[in-house]
Write a protein that binds this ligand. Structure first.
Ligand SMILES: Nc1ncnc2c1ncn2[C@@H]1O[C@H](COP(=O)(O)OP(=O)(O)OP(=O)(O)O)[C@@H](O)[C@H]1O
Ligand SMILES: [Mg+2]
Length: 244
């Protein structure tokens, strides 16, 4: 579905964040990318999502294909047309708009009845958003804002969803809710590439695990293998995850 081959990414000044990363993301499933701080997880998502130029970074070599077509270095607006949605750092919601209007913005261009159904589906997924439908998004808690960001990005169900640490800074209960929602989105056929530090929870909803260290893939296996194998979990999930 998404194929990344031998990807090398450099930031200004020549700092290389990824050195020849290859991975294959299976359709309609969740793939979790693990790795310590600075490992290159966010850079990988930026490369897929066409956001490297915003950081004056670029793909030095390698390729990214979506459904067999090259998407390397395409700008974000063209990727949206190919069915990509992303919730990266910061929670890209419109704080001055109500919760409901934020969702409607996410459904731009949808026929009215389809939009109403999608908004309803999102409220079922995140009941707290229905309760706060007419509240300004800026007044939501961090967890609620994250739910809104995910709800907005998936209002028009994308082909591929990129999520960078959606549980960052949230309470265990909120993390759990987000995980359930992401699993539900994947169950609707959306392919998910998820970066998470909360490895166990992420792996529990994932098909595949990829571990990155120092800009290299050091491990790629079924998520269950990483959870079930004592040696592997000690190495990668122990008191945290392998650093750097
Ligand atoms: N805007 C930038 N300019 C220069 N170097 C950068 C920039 N962003 C990231 N890097 C470098 O690229 C490498 C990978 O960083 P990246 O943010 O991709 O890691 P990460 O795995 O997402 O880390 P974290 O868990 O802390 O979010 C690091 O060495 C980092 O310093
Ligand atoms: Mg990061």
């Amino acid at each position: 579905m998404l194929e990344i081959t031998d990807l090398t990414v450099t930031y200004p000044g020549g700092a290389e964040a990824l050195h020849g990363v290859s991975l294959s993301v299976p359709e309609g499933r969740i793939t979790t990318v693990l790795g310590g701080n600075g490992a290159g997880k966010t850079s990988l998502l930026r490369a897929v999502g066409g956001l490297l130029p915003a950081y004056r970074a670029s793909v030095r070599s390698g390729s990214i294909t979506l459904d067999g077509e090259a998407i390397t270095s395409l700008p974000p607006w063209r990727l949206v047309r190919r069915g990509l949605a992303q919730v990266l750092e910061g929670r890209h919601i419109f704080t001055d708009l109500t919760v409901h209007d934020n969702l409607v913005v996410g459904g731009q261009g949808m026929p009215r009845t389809e939009l109403a159904e999608a908004v309803e589906r999102t409220y079922e997924q995140f009941p707290v958003l229905r309760e706060k439908a007419s509240t300004s998004a800026g007044y939501l808690s961090g967890g609620e804002q994250q739910m809104l960001a995910i709800g907005r990005a998936t209002l028009k169900l994308p082909r591929l969803l990129l999520l960078d640490e959606p549980s960052l800074g949230l309470s265990p209960l909120m993390m759990e809710r987000i995980a359930v929602a992401v699993a539900d989105i994947a169950a609707r056929g959306v392919t998910v590439l998820l970066v998470e530090q909360n490895a166990r929870l992420a792996l529990s909803i994932s098909e595949q695990a990829v571990v990155i260290a120092n800009g290299n893939v050091v491990m790629s296996c079924p998520a269950a293998d990483l959870l079930d194998d004592d040696t592997l979990s000690a190495a990668y999930l122990g008191g945290g995850i392998a650093t750097g």
